[in-house]
Write a protein that binds this ligand. Structure first.
Ligand code: 3HC
Ligand code: NAI
Length: 697
């Protein structure tokens, strides 16, 4: 047999075991090994039934994603699954861990399935831009019905063993803790009961109704914002009323269509980038103890961070300015759990018990005497931050990590007002902090590697995506945001409608446009920060924010005021354009002597993309982001960048860096200060390389 697949016998039961760590991905070697083992089983007169099992932590977790896009090598997975199903003697799949994608498809090709209680099965291919291409779209509806299959295949969700049993995806749950023994026992029982081969392909998919597929397609189109795979998954499941060979043929055609689309490469890039982003120089340091954290400030961010920490099982002490503010802080934390209680994910009693055991809100800094890490989330003013850090320095134990959630301020300057700059890092959360998955971990000049590693450990505990950032104004995300927001504002001054810009950006795949986002965040934030920075602003820079200042003066600061670019008087979350905005913009244009011109959506996006990529290239070139993939992760997890485009750097490679640089050079003629090409972009174009080449460097 091969190194990765073994064929052994336990009496009259053959055991085909896959051993390809870490997740037993169905690489070429595994497929070949399994095929050889199956053929051996068929010709082994002593073997009455076979068990397929995974060694280590899981049954096969899917096809080997790193083989995607490379020339396929036989045997192909669909053929292998067909061969399993065609076996003349019973085959049992004994599941544990995460039998996902091709792993579940192998199991559905087997005649029977038994699982350990903590197994989670699923067909997550949709998230990789493809569909289950080894029979999953045809066999899952046959065992679980069309509706359940549509749900699982379009969402990719992991289904726990108990639900899988209820849906008919598995036949039994075994709690022996030993998948091999469980499979063998199950096979013996089958033989004893005189049960044998039971082919999924011979079953009928229940619940076929053309109207159901139309409804799912419409729903997927609406939800997926340009991503192809969810809609095509519905088309594939629809073919499950055909005889199996025809259904499989249809599945293959649709699979191929998705496989060849750039969305697949983008989503696979995002899959690997999400894992690579934690590979930072400080990852080799041992993180410090992390059980109890302090949070300074119980406002929007402090309360969100507290909720995220409590969900992660950490103890939290929140320090506010006075007792009244501390009580408000606790209420803010409770509010963050309200929807969990409403949706039945936890009861009010459980919430009360969690807070009683693990949460304290106080105005006494002395309560921080036993914390392992502190996150400051007070007002965004250097003077206040310095005052707080000086206090922390006096009360927080030696060796604890001191972090600031500042959006823009200089971490090194904050660190310098303590006696322990080596313990200071930035931990930049995104609002709402208990929901948004991005956490920028800011590494200061003097931050110790183990303090940084502790920041990444916190991200992991909170199930967030930690991204390493150097110190600069706005770090990775807000700095790039500042650039494309400025490009958008300049277009508005020059003649574009903010509503058309929002529409173009949504059509690109973002959940909302920049002006909707401004309304959501509050236009007062930008105004106040512009006012604070005006003193340092170079007068030669184009301001491009006059109309935003006028809106602030009118009190049109967004959702919280009921009026911003949009009118929220009827609905607090969305509404029609505010009719006062365009006249105000026109007035500003007149004041600036600008004759407005037309902007097509295509030009809007060219400028939006160019501004994003140019700033991102500066961020990478200056070493603020370690690699282009770090920028992609920040944009996807913090700013709603469409994952199916892979992030701005992956997308730039797809469009062609030469094309983007040519755009920037064209825009540079109008405004050479803003549109100055990033040196890294020029260098890459001149040397014929891509951002992607830097990811593995
Ligand atoms: N192919 C190749 N590598 C894989 C892989 C796969 N299917 N699944 C995981 N890996 C790698 C990861 O990249 C990671 O590598 P690294 O250590 O070098 O960074 C390593 O295995 C461990 O993965 P995780 O860090 O994600 O480990 P977790 O324990 O957190 O999660 C998991 C395990 C739930 C299995 C998760 O890895 C996962 O969701 N994997 C992908 C599952 C999937 O999408 N399967 C479908 C594949 S497509 C398919 O089957 C097509 C078929 O229909 C034809
Ligand atoms: P907020 O105004 O909602 O809350 C700040 C809280 O800090 C207030 O409750 C205030 O009472 C408290 N506070 C002020 N001085 C204090 C002191 N000396 N000791 C204890 N508590 C004190 O502000 P928000 O939005 O929570 O922002 C906090 C920080 O997080 C800022 O640095 C901000 O830039 C940053 N941030 C904000 C984001 C957002 O979307 N709101 C996103 C990411 C970072």
């Amino acid at each position: 047999m091969s190194d990765v697949v073994t064929y052994t016998r336990d009496g009259d039961i053959a055991v085909i075991a896959v051993n390809n760590p870490p997740v037993n991905a169905l690489s070429h070697a595994v497929r070949k090994g399994m095929q050889d083992a199956l053929r051996k089983f068929e010709s082994d007169p002593e073997a009455k039934a076979a068990v397929i099992v995974g060694e280590g932590r899981t049954f096969m977790a899917g096809a080997d994603i790193s083989e995607f896009g490379k020339p396929p090598q036989e045997p192909w997975l669909p053929e292998l699954v067909n061969e399993i199903e065609a076996c003349s003697k019973p085959v049992v799949a004994s599941l544990h861990g995460t039998p996902l994608g091709g792993g579940l498809e192998v199991a559905l090709g087997a005649h029977w399935r038994v699982a350990q209680p903590d197994t989670r099965v699923g067909l997550p291919e949709v998230h990789l831009g493809i569909l289950p291409g080894a029979g999953g779209t045809q066999r899952l509806p046959r065992v679980a019905g069309v509706e359940a299959a549509l749900d699982m295949i379009t969402s990719g969700r992991h289904v726990p063993a108990a639900e899988a049993l209820e849906k008919g995806i598995i036949d039994a749950i075994d709690d022996s803790g030993d998948p091999r023994a469980a499979g063998v026992a199950f096979a013996r029982k089958l033989l004893a009961e005189g049960k044998g081969v039971r082919r999924t392909g011979d079953m009928t998919a229940a619940g076929h109704d053309p109207a159901l597929f139309d409804a799912w397609r419409a729903e997927m189109k609406k939800k997926s914002r340009g991503q192809l795979s969810p809609v095509v998954c519905v088309d594939a499941v629809e073919a499950s009323n055909l005889p199996l060979p025809e259904g499989l043929k249809r599945e293959r055609e649709l699979f191929q269509k998705l496989h060849d689309d750039p969305q697949r490469a983008a989503l696979v890039h995002a899959f690997f980038a999400e894992r690579a982003v934690a590979k930072v120089p400080e990852a080799s340091a041992t993180p410090r103890k992390l059980e109890k954290i302090g949070i300074i400030g119980g406002g929007t961010m402090g309360a969100g961070i507290a909720a995220a920490a409590l969900q992660a099982g950490l103890k939290v002490v929140m320090v506010e300015r006075d007792a009244e503010a501390a009580a408000r802080g606790e209420q803010n934390v409770r509010r963050n759990f309200a929807s969990s209680v409403k949706k039945g994910r936890m009861t009010q009693e459980q919430l009360d018990a969690l807070l009683a055991a693990n949460f304290q809100a106080t105005d006494d800094y002395g309560a921080l005497s036993d914390v392992d890490l502190v996150i400051e989330a007070v007002f965004e003013t250097m003077a206040v931050k310095k005052e707080v850090f000086a206090k922390l320095d006096a009360v927080v134990p030696e060796g604890a990590v001191l972090a600031s959630n500042t959006s823009y301020l200089n971490i090194d300057e904050i660190a310098a007002c303590t006696r322990r700059p080596q313990d200071v890092i930035g931990l930049h959360f995104f609002s709402p902090a208990h929901i948004m998955r991005l956490l920028e971990v800011i590494v200061g000049e003097k931050s110790a590697p183990d303090a940084v590693a502790t920041g990444f450990l916190l991200a992991k505990k909170m199930k967030k995506v930690g991204v390493r950032c150097g110190v600069c104004d706005g770090f990775i995300g807000n700095r790039i945001l500042g650039s494309y927001m400025k490009a958008a504002n300049m277009m508005v001054e020059d003649g574009a409608s903010p509503y058309v810009i929002d529409e173009a950006v949504r059509e690109f795949g973002y959940p909302m446009g920049p002006f909707q986002m401004g309304d959501l965040a509050g236009l007062d934030i930008g105004y106040l920060s512009r006012r604070d920075r005006d003193a340092t602003r170079d007068p030669a820079d184009r301001y491009a924010a006059g109309f935003l200042d006028r809106m602030y003066e009118k009190g049109w600061i967004g959702q919280k005021a009921g009026m911003g670019f949009y009118d929220y008087s009827q609905n607090p979350r969305s509404g029609p354009p505010n009719p006062g905005v365009m006249p105000l913009i026109e007035e500003e244009r007149k004041k600036l002597g600008i004759t407005p011109r037309e902007f097509s959506k295509e030009e809007i996006m060219r400028r939006y993309v160019a501004a994003t990529v140019n700033e991102a290239a500066k961020v990478v070139g200056e070493g603020i982001a370690l690699r282009p993939l770090d920028v992609d992760m920040v944009s996807i997890f913090g700013y709603g960048y469409p994952r199916w485009r892979g992030g701005p750097m992956h997308y730039a490679d797809h469009v062609g860096l030469d094309r983007i640089l040519a755009d920037i050079r064209e825009f540079e003629k109008e405004d050479p200060r803003f549109w100055k090409p990033a040196p890294l972009l020029v260098e890459l174009v001149e040397s014929g390389r891509k951002f992607g080449d830097l990811n593995n460097a």
